[in-house]
Design a protein around this ligand. Structure first.
Ligand SMILES: Nc1ncnc2c1ncn2[C@@H]1O[C@H](COP(=O)(O)OP(=O)(O)OP(=O)(O)O)[C@@H](O)[C@H]1O
Ligand SMILES: [Mg+2]
Length: 269
C-alpha cells in the first residue's frame, strides 16, 4: 500500500502479478485501488471504540475506588459514606445514560427510520412543555414561535429526541436570566426547526467538532452536568437518516443557533 499524493492524501493499494506466456512472462498486471475511504472508516471506528472504552472506564474506576474506600473503613464515617454512595449512584446513572445513548445512536444508524405523518409544531410544543420545569429552575425563559401547523413525514420518537437534545443543550449552556427560543417554519419543501439561545456560545475552533461522538468543549463542566457528549451526534445521525441536515452557528459569550432541516415529505418508499 502506498500513500496517495495530490490535494487530498490517502492510500492506494497496488497489486502486481506477472502474466505468463507459454515461453515465460509476457507482461505484468498492475491493479491500483484507492482504499483511502476504507482506511478512513477504519480509523473512525478505532477512535470510536477507544472513546467508548475511555468513557466507560472513567465512571467504573470512580465507582470502584469509592467502594474500596468504603470497604476499607469509610463506612463507619456516616458523612463520608453518604457522599461516596451518592457519587456511586451518580456514576452508575452516567453509565446507564451512555449505554442508552449508544443504543439510540446505533438504532438510528442501522435501519431507515419508520415514518408516519405528524405535526412537528405540536411535537415541539409538547417537548418544550416537558422541559419547562428544567428551564424555570435554571431561570431561563423558554418560548416557541410556530405560527403554522407544520406536518412532516418522519419518525416521531426520533424527532422528539432531536428536539429534546437541542433544547436540553440550550438550557444547559445558558446562564440564568437568558432565553431559549424554538421556532418551527418551512423553507422550500423542508421543515426547519431552530433552537436559539443567549448562552455561553461556542468558540469557532470548536464548532466543526461538536457533532462528533463524545466531543465536549469543556469536559469538566459537561461531566459535572452529567453530559456524555453524545447528544449532538445523535441529533446529526437522526436528521441525516431523514435526508436532512443540521447546522450550528455561535458567537462566544453571546449564544448559539442550532438549525435542523428535514424534507417535509420525502419519496414515500
Ligand atoms: N447550545 C449550546 N451552547 C453552548 N455550547 C453547546 C451548546 N450545545 C452544545 N454545546 C457544546 O457542544 C458539546 C457537545 O454537545 P452534546 O449535546 O453532544 O454533549 P453534552 O451536552 O456535553 O452531553 P449529552 O450527551 O448529555 O448531550 C457540549 O459539551 C458543549 O460544549
Ligand atoms: Mg447535550
Amino acid at each position: 500500500e502506498v500513500p496517495r499524493v495530490g490535494p487530498a492524501t490517502g492510500s492506494v493499494s497496488v497489486s502486481v502479478a506477472p502474466i505468463r506466456g507459454t515461453s515465460g512472462p509476457v507482461g505484468w498486471l498492475i491493479v491500483a485501488r484507492d482504499v483511502s475511504s476504507v482506511r478512513r472508516l477504519e480509523a473512525l471506528r478505532r477512535d470510536f471504540v477507544a472513546n467508548v472504552s475511555h468513557e466507560l472506564r472513567t465512571p467504573m474506576a470512580s465507582i470502584r475506588a469509592m467502594a474500596e474506600t468504603l470497604k476499607d473503613g469509610a463506612l463507619d464515617d456516616p458523612s463520608v459514606a453518604d457522599r461516596f454512595l451518592g457519587t456511586i449512584i451518580t456514576e452508575a446513572e452516567r453509565l446507564t445514560r451512555i449505554s442508552e445513548d449508544l443504543l439510540t445512536l446505533s438504532d438510528a444508524e442501522s435501519r431507515p427510520p419508520e415514518r408516519a405523518e405528524f405535526s412537528l409544531t405540536q411535537l415541539a410544543e409538547l417537548t418544550i412543555r416537558r422541559l419547562e420545569p428544567q428551564a424555570q429552575q435554571s431561570g431561563i425563559t423558554l418560548t416557541i414561535q410556530a405560527p403554522d401547523d407544520i406536518r412532516v413525514w418522519a419518525n416521531r420518537d426520533q424527532m422528539e429526541q432531536v428536539i429534546l437534545n437541542l433544547v436540553d443543550n440550550a438550557v444547559k449552556y445558558t446562564p440564568s436570566g437568558g432565553t431559549v427560543t424554538v421556532s418551527v417554519t418551512t423553507e422550500n419543501s423542508n421543515a426547519v426547526l431552530t433552537v436559539t439561545d443567549t448562552g455561553i456560545g461556542i468558540l469557532q475552533e470548536h464548532l466543526p467538532r461538536i457533532f462528533e461522538r463524545f466531543y465536549r468543549v469543556d469536559k469538566a463542566r459537561s461531566r459535572q452536568s452529567g453530559g456524555t457528549g453524545l447528544g449532538l451526534s445523535i441529533v446529526k445521525n437522526i436528521v441525516e437518516a431523514h435526508g436532512g441536515r443540521v447546522e450550528a452557528q455561535s458567537e462566544y459569550n453571546r449564544g448559539s443557533v442550532f438549525r435542523i432541516e428535514i424534507p417535509i415529505s420525502p419519496n414515500r418508499i
